[in-house]
Design a protein around this ligand. Structure first.
Ligand SMILES: *Cc1c(COP(=O)(O)O)cnc(C)c1O
Length: 238
């Protein structure tokens, strides 16, 4: 079985999602242009990415480098690539130079490796600081107590730009229960902006997935990472 989704299906889902995004923006006086969708394509095989791009989505998110590389090689310049999963230090060399955004910067050893690789290539990598707002032990991300010291360290790294913050909310059937997580991330954004540190622009908030993106948008998300609601595969015989 290959994991596939057609352009027509993606277009239909995309239109419904856009409507919900628009409504969430209206409820809070935001403009819908502020919200970008990262299509999380880990559920589908490489050819489906073509369908997703044809449907008009331009940001592609992957969370495992082994799965992402063939997809990247097939569609490189046709998309903007986001690395959204936990990143092992020994995989950084495969990510830097390919992915425009890394959403999962969560420790100093990782920042140092990104800085090293980016400096060798003479590029600046846009990173999201992943913060574990909910404090769940199963989640990656910096503990809130460590955030200030961490950004002060990375602000000295000339090849890393802290473009924004990222968090993952606990799984829930009730979006209201996780609103505090998204609000907490936005409060961190305000706090970090006030520091006016070099290379810390923090204009983006990467938060909200299939089950909770509307509340995330009400709380200020600029990138929502949508997998199942958008690209759930339609199984076909291989
Ligand atoms: C899989 C994944 C998503 C998308 O999840 P859905 O609930 O399917 O929308 C978003 N962010 C990360 C980091 C993921 O690994």
């Amino acid at each position: 079985m290959s994991r596939w989704v057609s352009q027509a299906t993606v277009e239909k889902r995309y239109a419904q999602i856009e409507k919900r995004i628009e409504q969430a923006c209206e409820r809070t006086g935001r403009s819908k242009e502020e919200v970008k969708i990262v299509a999380v394509t880990k559920y589908v095989d490489t050819p489906a990415i073509g369908e997703i791009l044809e449907a008009g989505l331009g940001h592609i998110g992957e969370n495992r480098i082994q799965d992402a590389l063939p997809k990247y090689e097939a569609y490189r310049d046709q998309a903007i690539w986001h690395y959204i999963g936990h990143l092992q230090t020994n995989k950084v060399k495969d990510v830097v130079g390919r992915f425009t955004y890394i959403h999962s910067l969560d420790r100093l050893s990782l920042a140092e490796e990104i800085e090293k690789r980016a400096s060798m290539m003479d590029i600046v990598v846009s990173c999201f600081l992943q913060i574990n707002i909910s404090g769940e032990k199963t989640k990656y991300g910096l503990h809130p107590d460590d955030v200030l010291a961490f950004v002060k360290e990375t602000s000295n790294m000339k090849h890393i730009r802290i473009a924004g913050l990222m968090t993952m909310a606990p799984y829930t059937d009730n979006q209201e229960e996780v609103r505090y997580v998204f609000r907490g991330l936005r409060e961190w954004q305000e706090r970090l902006k006030e520091l006016h540190l070099p290379h810390v622009t923090v204009e983006e908030l990467s938060m909200g997935m299939s089950g909770d993106y509307e509340v995330a948008i009400e709380e200020g998300a600029t990138f929502v990472r949508l997998g199942s609601v958008l690209v759930e595969p339609e199984e076909v015989e291989a």
